[in-house]
Design a protein around this ligand. Structure first.
Ligand code: PLP
Length: 435
């Protein structure tokens, strides 16, 4: 009979009180403040258990049944489960669950589909795209030839006609859609049409919204894309990491692009944790969470708009909203700092055609996966919008502003503590002891 050997916090506190202190303080931060970072959510205790397991010790370069190390039987079982669950959840021919991160998944997708120097058409960073979509600071901009499409200056929606015009003019090898700060659904069928017209591969970077796809809260890109690159740690609520889904014909190219091209040994504890998260994501409860996440984002956006923060594109149909603060005369950087002081974690964000520098930015991005995981609904979104609005308007340099920020922080803590994500786990554990 096997016994599980898992994290022993008392030993860590004894042997390394400094790091133990960091971990305790982070638990407190996550419990006592409001998390509105659009790319974060809460992982279940089961996911954390897999992450803290002895699979962390195992080298398993290669793929199930074909490893470069001995002793991989358990690693094979974990990875096979993760692959099967990903394929079944997303209806994909093939899944690779080894990418260490979203950026690593995108790098591998480029490697599978294009050669250095090839033209790649993707959304520009200032319009909501990701660094891996052609930034000069990233491999994608240094090793490939990026062409950026934009959103319309009027509607702030993707301008599909411009995407087509650019595709016809530049004949890209690869077209990428999927973004970091775009609040609307993407028309994958339209992108497929454009890619087919110019003979390009279509890569959907679903890092942000793959969790919503799993919960059937937004349409799936899988039927349209050649390759879908994802993270597993955002709305999907898995461990930090990446994943790639693709058509059967591309399976070998994708696998070789992940290992040995881009990575060495997989993080098997993370692969096991991905398997756990993928199983959870197939449950009706997860679909409820994904759908409520979108409803909460919509409710939060309406309330913030009423407070004078203009929603880019007029609203959202995903888990996030982008808000233009220019009417309030507060920069994104100031708003982020004020909210942080008031116990609300969110991030500054450029808005399309932003006159401010990226480090200052005219907007903020808010997301609802974390607060929805905590069990909050539309009523709480109204309350959160009020807290965000008060915080954004409170100048910490003034006595009254700093007092108001302190009041908001108390209210944020009260609300966050009322909806503790990990409280259930503790209660379950207590109940199990009683049983
Ligand atoms: N792609 C998109 C669209 C993202 O938003 C992100 C992360 O924010 C990534 C890729 C990169 O993911 P990671 O931070 O795991 O490398």
């Amino acid at each position: 009979m096997s016994t599980f050997w898992g994290p022993d916090f008392a030993a860590l506190e004894r042997d390394d009180p400094e790091i133990a202190g960091v971990l305790l303080d982070e638990v407190d931060r996550q419990r006592d403040t409001l998390q509105l970072i659009a790319s974060e959510s809460f992982t279940s205790p089961a996911v954390l258990t897999a992450l803290g397991s002895t699979l962390a010790n195992k080298y398993a370069e290669g793929y199930p049944g074909n490893r470069y190390y001995g002793g991989c039987h358990q690693a094979d079982r974990a990875e096979e489960l993760a692959i099967a669950r990903a394929r079944s959840l997303f209806g994909a021919d093939h899944a690779n669950v080894q990418p260490h991160s979203g950026a690593a998944a995108v790098l591998a997708a480029y490697a599978a589909l294009a050669e250095p120097g090839d033209p790649v058409l993707a959304m520009g960073l200032p319009h909501g795209g990701h660094l891996t979509h052609g930034s000069k600071a990233n491999f994608s901009g240094k090793w490939f030839h990026p062409i950026a499409y934009r959103v319309s200056p009027v509607t702030e929606l993707i301008d599909y006609d411009e995407v087509r015009d650019l595709a016809l003019a530049h004949r890209p090898k690869l077209i990428i859609c999927g973004a970091t700060s775009y609040p609307r659904r993407i028309d994958f069928a339209r992108f497929r049409e454009i890619a087919d017209e110019v003979g390009a591969y279509l890569l959907v970077d679903a890092a942000h919204f793959i969790g919503l796809v799993a919960g059937r809260a937004v349409p799936s890109p899988v039927p349209y894309a050649d390759v879908v690159a994802c993270t597993t740690h955002k709305a999907l609520r898995g461990p930090r990491g990446g994943m790639i889904l693709c058509r059967a014909e591309l399976a070998q190219r994708v696998d070789k692009a992940v290992f040995p091209f881009a990575q060495g040994g997989p993080m098997m504890h993370a692969v096991a944790a991905k398997a756990v998260a993928l199983r959870e994501a197939a449950s009706p409860a997860f679909a409820g969470y994904a759908q409520q996440t979108v409803r909460n984002a919509q409710a939060l956006t309406v309330e913030l708009a009423a407070e004078g923060m203009r929603p880019v594109t007029g609203g959202t149909d995903t888990h996030l909203a982008l808000l233009d603060l220019r009417e309030l005369g507060v920069s994104g950087r100031e708003a982020e700092a004020r909210c942080a002081q008031a116990g609300i974690a969110l991030n500054k964000n450029a808005i399309p055609y932003d006159p401010a520098k990226p480090a200052v930015a005219s907007g903020i991005r808010v997301g609802t996966p974390s607060v929805t995981s905590q069990g909050m609904a539309e009523g709480e979104m109204r309350r959160i919008a009020g807290l965000v609005a008060t915080a954004v308007r409170s100048d910490p340099e003034t006595v009254s502003g700093s007092a108001r920020l302190a009041e908001v922080a108390l209210e944020a803590t009260e609300l966050a503590r009322r909806f503790r994500f990990y409280a259930d786990a503790e209660q379950d554990a207590e109940q199990q002891v009683l049983v």
